[in-house]
Design a protein around this ligand. Structure first.
Ligand code: NAP
Length: 487
């Protein structure tokens, strides 16, 4: 006996689209994607700042099932990536599944299925609920005194105000993460001057952006196997070098560290500036920044690196604790995101009326990055402890989507009616994570969005290959299952 399943995905960003594509390919047709915005793309739709690009190689930062021979460079610019998501959505027939401009307010499990309520007051139901809401979607503007008094333009990097003219303006950029570094490289020479407010220096790996020639793009188009091979080649390289360097001491970590230190030494000749740009922690403790243009930009005469702490914002600019007022016309907050927002403010209610917020009140915990005890038929993409960092999140989301499809096939065939991971299996997974975390680079003494409120990193402490192994097939003994016959 086969059962028809209604599947709701929340979010039409990179991971939600991957999930929907895999569901259609597996023959599931009753699929709806709820998307609060009016276009697909998630973070690539929301981020439009100057210099935006992806520092994961484009041939690997692509869906395995939708290779793109047309990438313009080894590291693709943001608008090209967004165009890729828009095109893939249309090519794979996903657009018709999406309910744009519709936000899910709550999802409540009634013992058999989820009742969904949108913020517009509409109702729907789903046998299976899949959260594809992303990680870094809620911009974080620090609580600096006086921001409201500033007379110029001020905005977060993920909410870029394109109506503001930048050329010749005095521009302050606060933050030196991956975003701040890209914006600095793009606006150096445009701003007059650019003031970069650095609280903590970051390590930079000098990976240059290299355009792909028309000839190589034609070769990729004509010989699809070439594209597939380069996907796998980049995946192996990323996993064997950065994947390993992050999670265990060894030559990979030493090599990354040596290249970063040498880069700083060679690129910044002024000892005082080099001192300011020397991070207090080890490379990769914070997310490694890939940029061959950041140091040359910071070394320019019209770029000022300011390391004194910000005291407050005033009408005319930013006052630092040494008493100096740095006058500016524009302030850009490249200050990151609330990495713990996850699905919130959506309210998900599982068994016994318990909400996900209650379940996660003392920390975000999941089973192998894809499920949560007490929440049957609920799955997460890029959920807690997913392998993030310097890796392709697309590959990670695909691994999770393939795993989820396997559970849904068991439901469709009538073998399983509902499933949720047991608390024991989830605890075991989380304690294994804590046991190995000390050998990761994230515990070498720095603060970043990788670190949870209890001081323990919330990242994946093994290589992405281990993630693939753990999610190769469901371990039924780890789940509470209501079988199809009893349902
Ligand atoms: P981020 O890595 O969290 O960096 C935020 C920056 O803002 C840090 O330099 C931080 O300083 C600074 N900051 C925060 N509050 C501040 C305050 N009150 N005063 C002064 N400085 C303050 O954020 P992000 O750069 O937006 O990057 C977030 C993530 O997005 C990355 O880790 C990455 O996963 C992703 N990303 C990826 C790419 C890509 O190419 N693939 C590009 C951009 C972003 P401290 O270091 O002292 O905290």
């Amino acid at each position: 006996m086969t059962r028809s399943l209604r599947i709701a995905i929340v979010g039409a960003g990179m991971s939600g689209l991957a999930m929907a594509a895999k569901l259609l390919r597996a023959g599931f047709s009753d699929v709806v994607i709820y998307e609060s915005a009016d276009e697909v793309g998630g973070t690539w739709r929301d981020n439009t700042y100057p210099g935006l690009s992806c520092d994961v190689p484009a041939r690997f930062y692509s869906y395995s099932f939708a290779p793109n021979p047309n990438w313009s460079a080894n590291f693709a610019p943001g608008d090209e990536i967004q165009a890729y998501f828009v095109k893939t959505t249309s090519d794979l027939g996903l657009r018709r599944l999406i309910r744009f401009g519709t936000e899910i307010e709550s999802a409540t499990w009634d013992g058999h299925r989820y009742h969904l309520q949108t913020t517009k007051g509409e109702h729907d139901y789903a046998d299976v609920l899949i959260a594809a809401t992303g990680v870094l979607r809620k911009p974080q503007i620090p609580d600096i005194e006086g921001i409201a008094e500033f007379c110029g333009d001020a905005f977060h990097s993920a909410r870029w105000d394109h109506s503001v003219k930048l050329r010749g303006k005095k521009i302050a950029v606060i933050g030196t993460g991956s975003t701040g570094a890209q914006i600095t490289s793009a606006l150096a020479g445009v701003a007059a001057p650019l003031m970069l407010f650095q609280r903590t220096a970051q390590w930079i790996l000098p990976l240059p952006r290299l355009p792909y020639s028309p000839l190589s793009r034609t070769a990729m188009r004509l010989v699809p196997q070439l594209n597939r091979s380069s996907y796998h080649l980049y995946r192996e390289l990323m996993e064997r070098i950065f994947g390993r360097a992050a999670v265990e001491p060894g030559w990979q970590r030493s090599a990354v560290s040596a290249v970063c230190r040498l880069h700083l030494q060679l690129a910044i000749r002024n000892p005082a500036l080099r001192q300011k740009l020397t991070p207090p922690d080890d490379p990769m403790c914070k997310r490694l920044i890939m940029s061959a243009s950041f140091y040359p930009s910071v070394a320019r005469k019209d770029v000022h690196l300011i390391t004194e702490a910000i005291e407050r914002v005033e009408q005319r600019g930013i006052r630092t604790t040494d008493g100096a007022l740095h006058e500016c016309d524009v302030i850009v907050f490249a200050t990151g995101f609330d990495a713990r927002a996850y699905l919130r403010p959506m309210d998900i209610i599982g068994e016994d009326g318990r909400s996900l917020s209650e379940a996660w009140a003392h920390g975000v915990r999941g089973y192998r990055t894809v499920a949560v005890p007490g929440f049957p038929n609920f799955f997460t993409l890029i959920g807690p402890h997913s392998p993030i960092g310097n890796h392709s999140l697309i590959a990670i989301a695909e691994t999770q989507a393939d795993y989820i499809v396997q559970w849904l096939e068991s439901m469709r065939s009538g073998v399983v009616s509902s499933c949720a991971p047991s608390q024991e299996a989830t605890d075991e997974f989380n304690s294994a994570i804590r046991d190995v975390m000390p050998s990761t680079v994230w515990t070498t003494g720095c603060n970043s969005w990788y670190i949870g409120p209890d001081g323990v990193p919330e990242t994946w402490p093994w290589t992405p290959a281990v993630h693939r192994q753990m999610l190769a097939a469901p371990v039924r003994a780890h789940f509470h299952i209501t079988d199809g016959a009893r349902a």
